[in-house]
Design a protein around this ligand. Sequence first.
Ligand code: WQD
Length: 331
Amino acid sequence: MTWLITGGAGYIGAHVARAMASAGERVVALDDMSTGIAGRLPADIPLVRGSFADRALLDRVLAEHAVSGVVHLAARKQVGESVEKPLLYYRDNVAGLTVLLEAVVAAGVRRFLFSSSAAVYGVPDVDLITEETPCSPINPYGETKLTGEWLVRATGRAHGISTACLRYFNVAGAAEPELSDTGVSNVIPMFFDRLTRGEAPRIFGGDHPTPDGTGVRDYIHVADLAEAHLAVARNLDARSPGGHEGGDLTVNIGRGEGVSVRELAGLVAEVTGHRVEPVVEPRRPGDAARAVASAARMTGELGWTARRGVREMVESAWEGWCLRHPEARAQ
Ligand code: WQD
């Protein structure tokens, strides 16, 4: 079978495409190249340039490559931007998804993996977030991911498609330096950026109700995340398509281990050699004190567990950062 990977030239998409191809799956990547980089993909993975919301293009790609499963990763993902431009987020992440799903139904594709996010939960006050923790997103980005899940599940049930919604926690690191995240919108690249400029990393909030007062998150290595997609893709094959039991799967992708921003800053100092004391600034609006996954479903039902730790995430992210910012290395 062939898997279509939307957003396949992106940071996460290229990791997923490579992991699935290395495991012997046939894959084809679709990417509008807005943030994708063709060089992230090896020559033997075909890359189609265009939008997942272009119905004519989709019909052609699904038929030409005899696609039997879709991994849908292409999306807008900036929380702040989603607050300023909700229509853009609903257009691409929700309206665009309806076009993709219509094409999937028309082509008779029977497997659909959807890239969701811990943002669907909002800021739940629980120690470990399970898939049963109520969803209550607090920004348009999270709303579009939750709406996307509803669309995917409802379509799967109505049309006999096995579906999976993967709720990613905080994704970090890189399998190879050239695959690393080029964005500077998450904490690890933001720390690197400050250190490269000779500035102190900022810790947003030192008065959270956590052991050291800083925010606690569940970081997952992107190479582990990619392997989780492979495990889920193979699991979908074993599930009854479109049945009322077993036809859809919703699963957290995290490690179940909390790491505080202060701990992360310590690791970043060790790995980079830039030993600059962070400055503590006020909390960002909407930031949860703690967001840590229960990984029990992924481990129990799929027999899959993340293997890579936070140090490996920071080290591999740093190698990627230094490839693009050679001046960043400490003298
Ligand atoms: C992590 C922690 C910050 C920068 C966001 C989205 C989520 C998902 C991933 C998806 C927090 C703190 C950060 C800095 C800091 N997006 N921090 N100093 O906010 O957990 O999740 O990205 O596609 O939907 O909400 O990730 O990396 O921004 O922050 O202290 O310079 O680091 O306050 O506690 P977050 P993050």
